[in-house]
Design a binder for this molecule. Structure first.
Ligand SMILES: [Zn+2]
Length: 593
Protein backbone atom coordinates (compact mmCIF):
# COMPACT_ATOMS: atom_id res chain seq x y z
CA UNK A 1 0.00 0.00 0.00
CA UNK A 2 1.34 3.43 -0.84
CA UNK A 3 2.71 5.39 2.07
CA UNK A 4 1.96 8.99 2.93
CA UNK A 5 5.16 11.00 2.89
CA UNK A 6 5.34 14.53 4.24
CA UNK A 7 8.35 16.33 2.77
CA UNK A 8 8.88 19.27 5.11
CA UNK A 9 11.36 21.80 3.74
CA UNK A 10 13.20 24.55 5.63
CA UNK A 11 11.42 27.92 5.47
CA UNK A 12 13.60 30.56 3.82
CA UNK A 13 13.83 33.76 5.79
CA UNK A 14 12.25 36.64 3.86
CA UNK A 15 15.11 39.10 4.24
CA UNK A 16 17.83 37.68 2.02
CA UNK A 17 18.26 36.07 -1.39
CA UNK A 18 18.78 32.33 -1.82
CA UNK A 19 22.24 31.08 -2.81
CA UNK A 20 23.51 27.70 -3.95
CA UNK A 21 24.47 26.74 -0.39
CA UNK A 22 20.84 27.11 0.71
CA UNK A 23 19.67 25.14 -2.32
CA UNK A 24 21.97 22.15 -1.81
CA UNK A 25 21.51 22.35 1.97
CA UNK A 26 17.77 21.82 2.07
CA UNK A 27 15.58 22.73 -0.92
CA UNK A 28 17.05 20.52 -3.63
CA UNK A 29 17.39 17.32 -1.56
CA UNK A 30 13.76 17.73 -0.53
CA UNK A 31 12.62 18.01 -4.14
CA UNK A 32 14.66 14.98 -5.25
CA UNK A 33 13.21 12.96 -2.40
CA UNK A 34 9.65 14.12 -3.15
CA UNK A 35 9.96 13.36 -6.88
CA UNK A 36 11.34 9.89 -6.18
CA UNK A 37 8.46 9.15 -3.81
CA UNK A 38 5.93 10.35 -6.37
CA UNK A 39 7.51 8.02 -8.96
CA UNK A 40 7.25 4.98 -6.67
CA UNK A 41 3.58 5.76 -6.07
CA UNK A 42 3.70 7.17 -2.55
CA UNK A 43 1.31 9.95 -1.60
CA UNK A 44 3.54 12.98 -1.17
CA UNK A 45 2.97 16.47 0.01
CA UNK A 46 5.96 18.78 -0.02
CA UNK A 47 5.32 21.96 1.92
CA UNK A 48 7.14 25.09 3.03
CA UNK A 49 6.87 28.83 2.75
CA UNK A 50 8.52 32.13 3.47
CA UNK A 51 9.37 32.87 7.07
CA UNK A 52 7.86 36.35 7.09
CA UNK A 53 8.11 37.53 10.68
CA UNK A 54 10.69 38.45 13.27
CA UNK A 55 13.02 41.30 13.96
CA UNK A 56 15.40 40.69 11.01
CA UNK A 57 12.61 41.58 8.58
CA UNK A 58 11.53 44.53 10.75
CA UNK A 59 15.12 45.80 10.98
CA UNK A 60 15.66 45.45 7.24
CA UNK A 61 12.38 47.30 6.59
CA UNK A 62 13.53 50.17 8.81
CA UNK A 63 16.81 50.40 6.92
CA UNK A 64 14.95 50.52 3.59
CA UNK A 65 12.25 52.88 4.93
CA UNK A 66 9.59 50.38 3.96
CA UNK A 67 7.07 48.27 5.87
CA UNK A 68 7.97 44.73 7.00
CA UNK A 69 5.04 43.50 4.89
CA UNK A 70 6.52 45.05 1.72
CA UNK A 71 9.96 43.61 2.44
CA UNK A 72 8.66 40.11 3.11
CA UNK A 73 6.45 40.15 -0.02
CA UNK A 74 9.29 41.14 -2.31
CA UNK A 75 11.55 38.30 -1.13
CA UNK A 76 8.63 35.87 -1.12
CA UNK A 77 7.91 36.52 -4.81
CA UNK A 78 11.61 36.08 -5.60
CA UNK A 79 11.63 32.68 -3.85
CA UNK A 80 8.61 31.57 -5.86
CA UNK A 81 10.27 32.63 -9.12
CA UNK A 82 13.47 30.76 -8.22
CA UNK A 83 11.67 27.58 -7.15
CA UNK A 84 9.72 27.50 -10.41
CA UNK A 85 12.83 28.01 -12.50
CA UNK A 86 14.70 25.35 -10.54
CA UNK A 87 11.80 22.89 -10.67
CA UNK A 88 11.33 22.61 -6.91
CA UNK A 89 7.86 21.12 -7.03
CA UNK A 90 6.26 22.19 -3.76
CA UNK A 91 2.68 21.03 -3.31
CA UNK A 92 2.41 24.28 -1.43
CA UNK A 93 4.93 27.03 -0.90
CA UNK A 94 3.11 29.62 1.18
CA UNK A 95 4.09 32.02 3.94
CA UNK A 96 3.82 32.46 7.69
CA UNK A 97 1.90 35.69 7.16
CA UNK A 98 -1.48 34.06 6.58
CA UNK A 99 -4.66 33.95 8.57
CA UNK A 100 -4.46 30.13 8.59
CA UNK A 101 -0.91 30.07 9.99
CA UNK A 102 -1.85 32.60 12.69
CA UNK A 103 -4.74 30.39 13.81
CA UNK A 104 -2.77 27.15 13.77
CA UNK A 105 0.18 28.69 15.63
CA UNK A 106 -2.06 30.23 18.26
CA UNK A 107 -3.85 26.88 18.69
CA UNK A 108 -0.53 25.12 19.26
CA UNK A 109 0.39 27.79 21.80
CA UNK A 110 -2.94 27.41 23.62
CA UNK A 111 -2.68 23.61 23.61
CA UNK A 112 0.77 23.83 25.21
CA UNK A 113 -0.63 26.28 27.74
CA UNK A 114 -3.54 23.95 28.47
CA UNK A 115 -1.14 21.05 29.01
CA UNK A 116 1.01 23.16 31.33
CA UNK A 117 4.11 23.08 29.18
CA UNK A 118 4.26 26.89 29.18
CA UNK A 119 5.10 29.16 32.06
CA UNK A 120 5.80 32.86 32.38
CA UNK A 121 8.93 34.38 33.76
CA UNK A 122 10.70 37.68 33.76
CA UNK A 123 14.03 37.83 32.07
CA UNK A 124 16.67 40.32 31.29
CA UNK A 125 16.94 40.98 27.60
CA UNK A 126 19.19 43.09 25.46
CA UNK A 127 17.66 46.49 24.75
CA UNK A 128 19.13 48.89 22.20
CA UNK A 129 18.82 52.47 23.45
CA UNK A 130 19.95 53.66 19.98
CA UNK A 131 16.98 51.93 18.32
CA UNK A 132 14.51 52.08 21.18
CA UNK A 133 13.74 48.36 20.96
CA UNK A 134 14.63 44.98 22.31
CA UNK A 135 16.89 43.16 19.92
CA UNK A 136 16.47 39.45 19.30
CA UNK A 137 19.26 37.14 20.33
CA UNK A 138 20.55 36.64 16.80
CA UNK A 139 21.23 40.36 16.46
CA UNK A 140 23.56 40.30 19.40
CA UNK A 141 27.05 38.99 18.91
CA UNK A 142 29.58 38.21 21.57
CA UNK A 143 31.89 35.63 23.05
CA UNK A 144 30.41 32.14 23.60
CA UNK A 145 30.35 31.42 27.33
CA UNK A 146 30.72 27.69 26.62
CA UNK A 147 33.59 27.45 24.14
CA UNK A 148 35.01 30.99 24.03
CA UNK A 149 34.31 31.52 20.29
CA UNK A 150 34.43 35.32 19.88
CA UNK A 151 31.70 35.68 17.22
CA UNK A 152 28.83 33.64 18.66
CA UNK A 153 25.28 34.70 17.84
CA UNK A 154 23.08 35.35 20.83
CA UNK A 155 20.82 32.39 20.11
CA UNK A 156 23.37 29.83 19.04
CA UNK A 157 27.10 29.34 18.74
CA UNK A 158 28.22 28.39 15.22
CA UNK A 159 31.45 27.01 16.60
CA UNK A 160 30.23 24.53 19.24
CA UNK A 161 26.62 24.30 18.03
CA UNK A 162 25.12 24.96 21.45
CA UNK A 163 21.93 26.93 21.89
CA UNK A 164 22.83 29.91 24.04
CA UNK A 165 21.19 32.09 26.65
CA UNK A 166 21.86 35.47 25.05
CA UNK A 167 21.95 37.35 28.33
CA UNK A 168 25.04 35.37 29.37
CA UNK A 169 27.02 36.28 26.24
CA UNK A 170 30.33 37.98 27.04
CA UNK A 171 31.34 41.30 25.39
CA UNK A 172 27.91 41.76 23.75
CA UNK A 173 27.50 44.11 20.80
CA UNK A 174 24.74 44.89 18.33
CA UNK A 175 25.17 43.34 14.89
CA UNK A 176 23.31 46.29 13.37
CA UNK A 177 25.44 49.22 14.51
CA UNK A 178 28.07 47.69 16.79
CA UNK A 179 26.80 49.64 19.79
CA UNK A 180 26.64 48.12 23.24
CA UNK A 181 23.19 46.97 24.36
CA UNK A 182 21.85 47.09 27.91
CA UNK A 183 19.92 44.42 29.77
CA UNK A 184 16.30 45.32 30.63
CA UNK A 185 13.67 43.24 32.33
CA UNK A 186 10.69 41.94 30.35
CA UNK A 187 8.10 39.17 30.81
CA UNK A 188 7.74 36.21 28.46
CA UNK A 189 6.16 32.82 28.00
CA UNK A 190 8.59 29.91 28.19
CA UNK A 191 8.37 26.46 26.67
CA UNK A 192 9.16 24.03 29.49
CA UNK A 193 11.73 21.93 27.67
CA UNK A 194 12.92 20.48 30.98
CA UNK A 195 9.51 18.87 31.50
CA UNK A 196 9.50 17.69 27.85
CA UNK A 197 13.01 16.26 28.02
CA UNK A 198 12.06 12.61 28.74
CA UNK A 199 9.71 12.56 25.72
CA UNK A 200 12.29 14.26 23.47
CA UNK A 201 15.00 11.82 24.54
CA UNK A 202 12.70 8.87 23.86
CA UNK A 203 11.85 10.32 20.44
CA UNK A 204 15.56 10.61 19.59
CA UNK A 205 16.50 7.17 20.94
CA UNK A 206 13.81 5.54 18.81
CA UNK A 207 15.51 7.08 15.77
CA UNK A 208 19.12 6.66 16.86
CA UNK A 209 19.80 3.89 14.32
CA UNK A 210 19.27 6.09 11.29
CA UNK A 211 19.51 9.77 12.27
CA UNK A 212 22.62 11.34 10.75
CA UNK A 213 25.59 11.73 13.13
CA UNK A 214 25.48 15.54 12.93
CA UNK A 215 21.80 15.46 13.94
CA UNK A 216 22.37 13.10 16.86
CA UNK A 217 25.34 15.11 18.05
CA UNK A 218 23.35 18.35 18.15
CA UNK A 219 20.28 16.79 19.73
CA UNK A 220 20.69 13.68 21.89
CA UNK A 221 24.38 14.38 22.47
CA UNK A 222 23.72 17.90 23.74
CA UNK A 223 20.75 16.85 25.88
CA UNK A 224 22.60 14.00 27.58
CA UNK A 225 25.53 16.31 28.26
CA UNK A 226 23.67 19.34 29.53
CA UNK A 227 19.96 18.73 29.86
CA UNK A 228 17.19 20.95 28.51
CA UNK A 229 15.92 24.16 30.05
CA UNK A 230 12.94 26.43 29.50
CA UNK A 231 13.16 28.68 26.46
CA UNK A 232 11.33 31.98 25.89
CA UNK A 233 8.86 31.67 23.01
CA UNK A 234 7.51 35.23 22.94
CA UNK A 235 9.20 38.49 21.98
CA UNK A 236 8.70 42.24 22.44
CA UNK A 237 7.80 42.96 18.84
CA UNK A 238 4.72 43.86 16.84
CA UNK A 239 5.64 42.30 13.46
CA UNK A 240 4.47 38.74 14.01
CA UNK A 241 1.72 36.60 15.46
CA UNK A 242 0.08 38.11 18.54
CA UNK A 243 0.27 36.13 21.78
CA UNK A 244 -3.30 34.77 22.13
CA UNK A 245 -3.60 35.71 25.81
CA UNK A 246 -5.22 38.84 27.21
CA UNK A 247 -2.88 41.53 28.50
CA UNK A 248 0.00 40.55 26.21
CA UNK A 249 -0.35 43.36 23.67
CA UNK A 250 2.85 44.42 21.95
CA UNK A 251 4.34 40.93 22.18
CA UNK A 252 4.30 38.19 19.62
CA UNK A 253 5.26 34.56 19.23
CA UNK A 254 8.96 33.97 18.75
CA UNK A 255 9.62 33.54 15.05
CA UNK A 256 11.28 30.15 15.58
CA UNK A 257 8.42 28.86 17.68
CA UNK A 258 5.88 29.67 14.98
CA UNK A 259 7.92 29.05 11.82
CA UNK A 260 8.27 25.30 12.53
CA UNK A 261 4.50 25.18 13.03
CA UNK A 262 4.39 26.14 9.35
CA UNK A 263 4.95 22.49 8.37
CA UNK A 264 1.57 21.75 9.91
CA UNK A 265 -0.27 24.92 8.90
CA UNK A 266 0.95 24.65 5.28
CA UNK A 267 -0.46 21.11 5.06
CA UNK A 268 -3.77 22.43 6.41
CA UNK A 269 -3.77 25.30 3.91
CA UNK A 270 -2.88 22.89 1.09
CA UNK A 271 -5.88 20.67 1.95
CA UNK A 272 -8.15 23.69 1.98
CA UNK A 273 -6.88 24.79 -1.45
CA UNK A 274 -7.43 21.26 -2.76
CA UNK A 275 -11.05 21.53 -1.66
CA UNK A 276 -10.63 18.63 0.80
CA UNK A 277 -10.15 20.40 4.11
CA UNK A 278 -9.52 17.22 6.14
CA UNK A 279 -6.97 15.71 3.78
CA UNK A 280 -3.97 17.04 5.73
CA UNK A 281 -4.79 14.52 8.46
CA UNK A 282 -3.55 11.71 6.16
CA UNK A 283 -0.03 13.00 6.84
CA UNK A 284 -0.37 14.61 10.23
CA UNK A 285 -2.48 12.26 12.35
CA UNK A 286 -2.00 8.98 10.49
CA UNK A 287 0.50 6.57 12.09
CA UNK A 288 1.27 5.10 8.65
CA UNK A 289 2.68 8.40 7.45
CA UNK A 290 6.29 9.49 7.58
CA UNK A 291 7.58 13.04 7.86
CA UNK A 292 11.04 13.97 6.54
CA UNK A 293 12.50 17.37 7.46
CA UNK A 294 15.05 18.75 5.02
CA UNK A 295 17.15 21.43 6.70
CA UNK A 296 20.67 22.79 7.02
CA UNK A 297 22.85 21.97 10.01
CA UNK A 298 22.27 25.39 11.61
CA UNK A 299 18.63 24.43 12.19
CA UNK A 300 19.12 21.03 13.81
CA UNK A 301 18.17 21.88 17.43
CA UNK A 302 14.94 23.55 16.31
CA UNK A 303 13.83 20.52 14.27
CA UNK A 304 15.24 17.60 16.24
CA UNK A 305 14.63 18.92 19.76
CA UNK A 306 12.25 21.88 20.05
CA UNK A 307 9.71 21.03 17.33
CA UNK A 308 9.27 17.40 18.48
CA UNK A 309 8.90 18.85 21.99
CA UNK A 310 6.16 21.22 20.81
CA UNK A 311 4.36 18.39 19.00
CA UNK A 312 4.58 16.06 21.96
CA UNK A 313 3.53 18.83 24.32
CA UNK A 314 0.27 19.61 22.55
CA UNK A 315 -0.81 15.99 23.01
CA UNK A 316 -4.44 15.70 21.96
CA UNK A 317 -5.26 19.30 22.76
CA UNK A 318 -4.48 20.72 19.33
CA UNK A 319 -7.59 19.11 17.81
CA UNK A 320 -9.80 20.34 20.64
CA UNK A 321 -8.61 23.91 20.24
CA UNK A 322 -8.18 23.93 16.48
CA UNK A 323 -11.27 22.14 15.16
CA UNK A 324 -13.25 20.60 18.01
CA UNK A 325 -11.86 17.17 17.25
CA UNK A 326 -10.97 14.73 20.00
CA UNK A 327 -8.08 12.31 20.00
CA UNK A 328 -6.05 14.00 17.30
CA UNK A 329 -2.37 13.35 17.99
CA UNK A 330 0.15 15.00 15.68
CA UNK A 331 2.91 12.92 14.05
CA UNK A 332 6.49 13.42 15.17
CA UNK A 333 9.28 13.70 12.55
CA UNK A 334 10.45 10.37 11.15
CA UNK A 335 13.81 11.64 9.93
CA UNK A 336 15.68 14.94 9.88
CA UNK A 337 18.30 14.50 7.14
CA UNK A 338 20.18 17.73 7.83
CA UNK A 339 23.00 18.69 5.50
CA UNK A 340 26.31 20.34 6.31
CA UNK A 341 27.44 23.52 4.51
CA UNK A 342 28.67 24.19 1.02
CA UNK A 343 31.56 26.64 0.81
CA UNK A 344 32.37 28.83 -2.17
CA UNK A 345 35.80 28.54 -3.78
CA UNK A 346 37.29 27.43 -0.44
CA UNK A 347 35.77 30.25 1.64
CA UNK A 348 32.62 30.38 3.70
CA UNK A 349 29.63 31.61 1.70
CA UNK A 350 28.80 35.15 2.80
CA UNK A 351 25.79 37.08 1.58
CA UNK A 352 26.99 40.40 2.96
CA UNK A 353 30.37 40.07 1.19
CA UNK A 354 28.62 38.81 -2.00
CA UNK A 355 30.75 35.68 -1.74
CA UNK A 356 28.04 33.48 -3.15
CA UNK A 357 26.43 32.18 -6.31
CA UNK A 358 22.83 33.43 -6.16
CA UNK A 359 20.12 31.13 -7.45
CA UNK A 360 18.21 33.51 -9.70
CA UNK A 361 21.34 35.20 -11.03
CA UNK A 362 22.88 31.82 -11.91
CA UNK A 363 19.72 30.73 -13.74
CA UNK A 364 19.83 33.89 -15.87
CA UNK A 365 22.96 32.40 -17.52
CA UNK A 366 22.65 28.60 -17.12
CA UNK A 367 20.02 25.87 -17.33
CA UNK A 368 18.56 24.42 -14.13
CA UNK A 369 19.55 20.75 -14.59
CA UNK A 370 23.33 21.36 -14.65
CA UNK A 371 22.90 23.24 -11.35
CA UNK A 372 20.81 20.43 -9.87
CA UNK A 373 23.41 17.92 -11.08
CA UNK A 374 26.40 19.72 -9.62
CA UNK A 375 24.65 20.47 -6.34
CA UNK A 376 23.74 16.79 -5.97
CA UNK A 377 27.12 15.24 -6.80
CA UNK A 378 28.59 17.81 -4.43
CA UNK A 379 25.87 17.77 -1.77
CA UNK A 380 27.19 18.29 1.80
CA UNK A 381 25.48 15.18 3.16
CA UNK A 382 28.14 14.14 5.64
CA UNK A 383 30.71 16.94 5.56
CA UNK A 384 31.14 20.44 4.20
CA UNK A 385 31.74 20.60 0.47
CA UNK A 386 33.04 23.27 -1.87
CA UNK A 387 31.60 24.95 -4.97
CA UNK A 388 34.42 25.23 -7.47
CA UNK A 389 33.74 26.85 -10.86
CA UNK A 390 36.28 24.65 -12.70
CA UNK A 391 34.73 21.57 -11.17
CA UNK A 392 31.23 22.76 -12.16
CA UNK A 393 32.28 23.16 -15.81
CA UNK A 394 34.23 19.89 -15.85
CA UNK A 395 31.38 17.84 -14.39
CA UNK A 396 28.90 19.44 -16.75
CA UNK A 397 31.07 18.71 -19.79
CA UNK A 398 32.55 15.31 -18.83
CA UNK A 399 29.63 13.74 -17.03
CA UNK A 400 26.32 15.39 -17.88
CA UNK A 401 27.13 16.15 -21.54
CA UNK A 402 29.67 13.43 -22.46
CA UNK A 403 28.38 10.43 -20.50
CA UNK A 404 24.63 10.96 -20.39
CA UNK A 405 23.51 13.66 -22.83
CA UNK A 406 25.58 12.37 -25.76
CA UNK A 407 24.50 8.79 -25.11
CA UNK A 408 20.84 9.71 -25.34
CA UNK A 409 21.31 12.03 -28.28
CA UNK A 410 23.44 9.81 -30.51
CA UNK A 411 21.23 6.72 -30.03
CA UNK A 412 18.03 8.66 -30.62
CA UNK A 413 19.44 10.47 -33.67
CA UNK A 414 20.70 7.17 -35.09
CA UNK A 415 17.34 5.44 -34.60
CA UNK A 416 15.55 8.46 -35.97
CA UNK A 417 17.67 8.47 -39.11
CA UNK A 418 17.88 4.76 -39.90
CA UNK A 419 14.43 3.55 -38.82
CA UNK A 420 12.42 6.45 -40.10
CA UNK A 421 11.74 8.00 -36.70
CA UNK A 422 10.60 4.77 -35.01
CA UNK A 423 11.86 2.32 -32.41
CA UNK A 424 13.39 -0.55 -34.46
CA UNK A 425 11.96 -4.06 -34.24
CA UNK A 426 14.77 -6.15 -32.71
CA UNK A 427 13.36 -9.64 -33.27
CA UNK A 428 14.94 -12.05 -30.76
CA UNK A 429 17.36 -10.26 -28.38
CA UNK A 430 20.90 -11.61 -27.90
CA UNK A 431 22.37 -12.65 -24.52
CA UNK A 432 24.48 -9.48 -24.45
CA UNK A 433 21.35 -7.34 -24.93
CA UNK A 434 19.38 -9.11 -22.19
CA UNK A 435 22.34 -8.82 -19.85
CA UNK A 436 22.53 -5.08 -20.47
CA UNK A 437 18.80 -4.63 -19.77
CA UNK A 438 19.03 -6.76 -16.61
CA UNK A 439 21.81 -4.59 -15.30
CA UNK A 440 19.77 -1.42 -15.85
CA UNK A 441 16.71 -3.05 -14.32
CA UNK A 442 18.61 -3.86 -11.13
CA UNK A 443 19.32 -0.12 -10.85
CA UNK A 444 15.72 0.45 -9.83
CA UNK A 445 16.42 -1.49 -6.61
CA UNK A 446 19.93 -0.23 -5.87
CA UNK A 447 19.31 3.42 -6.73
CA UNK A 448 15.90 3.24 -5.03
CA UNK A 449 17.46 1.94 -1.81
CA UNK A 450 19.96 4.82 -1.81
CA UNK A 451 17.19 7.35 -2.39
CA UNK A 452 15.03 5.76 0.30
CA UNK A 453 17.88 6.29 2.79
CA UNK A 454 18.33 9.90 1.55
CA UNK A 455 21.82 9.09 0.23
CA UNK A 456 21.29 11.25 -2.82
CA UNK A 457 24.92 11.60 -3.91
CA UNK A 458 25.44 7.85 -3.94
CA UNK A 459 22.14 7.36 -5.79
CA UNK A 460 23.10 9.78 -8.56
CA UNK A 461 26.61 8.32 -8.84
CA UNK A 462 25.00 4.89 -9.35
CA UNK A 463 22.80 6.17 -12.18
CA UNK A 464 25.77 7.82 -13.90
CA UNK A 465 27.74 4.57 -13.58
CA UNK A 466 24.90 2.70 -15.31
CA UNK A 467 24.94 5.29 -18.11
CA UNK A 468 28.68 4.58 -18.58
CA UNK A 469 27.88 0.89 -18.91
CA UNK A 470 25.45 1.60 -21.73
CA UNK A 471 28.16 3.63 -23.44
CA UNK A 472 30.48 0.66 -23.15
CA UNK A 473 27.80 -1.68 -24.52
CA UNK A 474 27.42 0.61 -27.53
CA UNK A 475 31.18 0.79 -28.12
CA UNK A 476 31.39 -3.02 -27.92
CA UNK A 477 28.55 -3.59 -30.38
CA UNK A 478 29.20 -0.56 -32.61
CA UNK A 479 25.83 -0.26 -34.36
CA UNK A 480 27.37 2.47 -36.56
CA UNK A 481 29.36 -0.34 -38.24
CA UNK A 482 26.75 -3.08 -37.83
CA UNK A 483 24.29 -1.02 -39.86
CA UNK A 484 26.50 -1.25 -42.94
CA UNK A 485 26.77 -5.06 -42.95
CA UNK A 486 23.77 -6.33 -40.95
CA UNK A 487 20.88 -3.96 -40.17
CA UNK A 488 19.11 -6.66 -38.08
CA UNK A 489 22.05 -6.76 -35.65
CA UNK A 490 22.10 -2.97 -35.48
CA UNK A 491 18.35 -3.03 -34.76
CA UNK A 492 18.94 -5.27 -31.72
CA UNK A 493 21.66 -2.98 -30.40
CA UNK A 494 19.72 0.24 -30.93
CA UNK A 495 16.51 -1.23 -29.54
CA UNK A 496 18.39 -2.36 -26.42
CA UNK A 497 20.11 1.01 -26.05
CA UNK A 498 16.80 2.85 -26.40
CA UNK A 499 15.22 0.66 -23.71
CA UNK A 500 18.21 1.29 -21.45
CA UNK A 501 17.99 5.05 -22.07
CA UNK A 502 14.26 5.04 -21.38
CA UNK A 503 14.95 3.35 -18.01
CA UNK A 504 17.94 5.56 -17.21
CA UNK A 505 15.73 8.56 -17.90
CA UNK A 506 13.40 7.50 -15.08
CA UNK A 507 16.39 6.88 -12.78
CA UNK A 508 17.72 10.37 -13.58
CA UNK A 509 14.30 12.03 -13.35
CA UNK A 510 14.25 12.98 -9.63
CA UNK A 511 17.60 14.74 -10.13
CA UNK A 512 17.18 16.18 -13.65
CA UNK A 513 13.45 16.77 -14.15
CA UNK A 514 13.73 19.25 -17.04
CA UNK A 515 15.93 17.18 -19.34
CA UNK A 516 14.12 13.99 -18.32
CA UNK A 517 10.82 15.47 -19.39
CA UNK A 518 12.30 16.43 -22.78
CA UNK A 519 13.87 13.03 -23.31
CA UNK A 520 10.61 11.38 -22.30
CA UNK A 521 8.99 13.34 -25.12
CA UNK A 522 11.77 12.50 -27.66
CA UNK A 523 11.22 8.81 -26.83
CA UNK A 524 7.66 9.20 -28.02
CA UNK A 525 5.80 8.96 -24.72
CA UNK A 526 2.49 10.78 -24.76
CA UNK A 527 2.28 11.66 -21.07
CA UNK A 528 4.79 13.59 -18.92
CA UNK A 529 6.74 12.03 -16.05
CA UNK A 530 5.70 14.67 -13.53
CA UNK A 531 2.91 17.15 -12.90
CA UNK A 532 3.12 20.90 -13.20
CA UNK A 533 3.95 23.82 -10.94
CA UNK A 534 1.65 26.81 -10.94
CA UNK A 535 1.28 30.09 -9.10
CA UNK A 536 -1.92 30.93 -7.30
CA UNK A 537 -3.21 33.72 -5.14
CA UNK A 538 -5.05 33.30 -1.84
CA UNK A 539 -7.14 35.95 -0.12
CA UNK A 540 -7.77 35.85 3.62
CA UNK A 541 -8.40 38.29 6.47
CA UNK A 542 -4.76 39.47 6.33
CA UNK A 543 -4.96 40.32 2.64
CA UNK A 544 -3.67 38.44 -0.35
CA UNK A 545 -0.68 36.10 -0.56
CA UNK A 546 0.92 34.40 -3.54
CA UNK A 547 1.55 30.66 -3.35
CA UNK A 548 3.37 28.10 -5.48
CA UNK A 549 1.46 24.87 -6.04
CA UNK A 550 1.74 21.58 -7.91
CA UNK A 551 -0.83 19.57 -9.77
CA UNK A 552 -0.34 16.00 -10.86
CA UNK A 553 -2.39 16.54 -14.05
CA UNK A 554 -1.61 13.56 -16.29
CA UNK A 555 1.77 12.71 -14.74
CA UNK A 556 2.61 9.18 -15.74
CA UNK A 557 6.17 8.57 -14.54
CA UNK A 558 6.73 5.39 -12.58
CA UNK A 559 9.81 3.88 -10.99
CA UNK A 560 10.16 0.84 -13.21
CA UNK A 561 12.05 -0.17 -16.35
CA UNK A 562 10.93 1.47 -19.58
CA UNK A 563 8.50 -0.33 -21.85
CA UNK A 564 9.20 1.02 -25.34
CA UNK A 565 7.51 -1.09 -27.96
CA UNK A 566 8.98 -1.82 -31.35
CA UNK A 567 7.55 0.61 -33.86
CA UNK A 568 6.83 3.37 -31.32
CA UNK A 569 7.04 6.75 -33.01
CA UNK A 570 9.96 8.90 -31.81
CA UNK A 571 10.04 12.70 -31.82
CA UNK A 572 12.86 14.70 -33.41
CA UNK A 573 15.70 14.64 -30.86
CA UNK A 574 17.99 17.50 -29.89
CA UNK A 575 20.87 17.68 -27.38
CA UNK A 576 19.80 17.58 -23.71
CA UNK A 577 22.67 19.64 -22.31
CA UNK A 578 25.06 22.35 -23.45
CA UNK A 579 28.82 22.10 -23.30
CA UNK A 580 30.24 25.00 -21.29
CA UNK A 581 33.26 27.07 -22.22
CA UNK A 582 36.01 26.63 -19.58
CA UNK A 583 37.14 30.18 -20.33
CA UNK A 584 33.95 31.47 -18.69
CA UNK A 585 35.24 30.39 -15.29
CA UNK A 586 37.35 33.50 -14.72
CA UNK A 587 34.39 35.71 -15.63
CA UNK A 588 32.29 33.90 -13.05
CA UNK A 589 34.98 34.15 -10.39
CA UNK A 590 35.16 37.88 -10.98
CA UNK A 591 31.53 38.20 -9.91
CA UNK A 592 32.40 36.95 -6.42
CA UNK A 593 33.11 39.41 -3.64
ZN1 LIG B 1 30.48 27.96 21.48
Amino acid sequence: MPKNILVAVAWPYANSLIHVGNITGAYLPADIYARYNRLIGNHVIMVSGSDAHGTPVAVRADALERTPLEVYEEYHLGFIELFQKLGLAYDLFTSTHTDNHFKVSQSIFLALLENKYLYTDRQEQWYMPSQKRFLPDRFIEGTCYICGYPNARGDQCDNCGNLLDASQLENPRSKIDGSTPELRETEHFYLDLGALQPAIVEFLKEREAYLRPNVLRQSLGQILAKGLHGRAITRDLDWGIPVPVEGWDGKCLYVWFEAVIGYLSAAIEWAKLEGQPHKWENWWTNPDSRAYYFIGKDNIPFHAVIWPGQLFGVGEWFGKIFNNKEGMKLMLPYDVPANEYMNMERQKISGSRNWAVWGLDFLSRYDPDPLRYYLTVNMPESKDTDWDWDDFVRRNNDELVATWGNLANRVLSFAYKHWDGHVPDPGELRAVDLEMLDRIESGFQTVGAQLEAVHLRAALADVMRLASEVNKYLDDNAPWFEIKSDKDQAAKTIYTALQAIDSLNVLFAPFLPFSSERLNFFLGHKKPLFGEQFVDSVTDSLGEHTVLRYKNSDANGSWEPGQLSAGQKLNTPSPLFKKLDPDKVEEERARLG
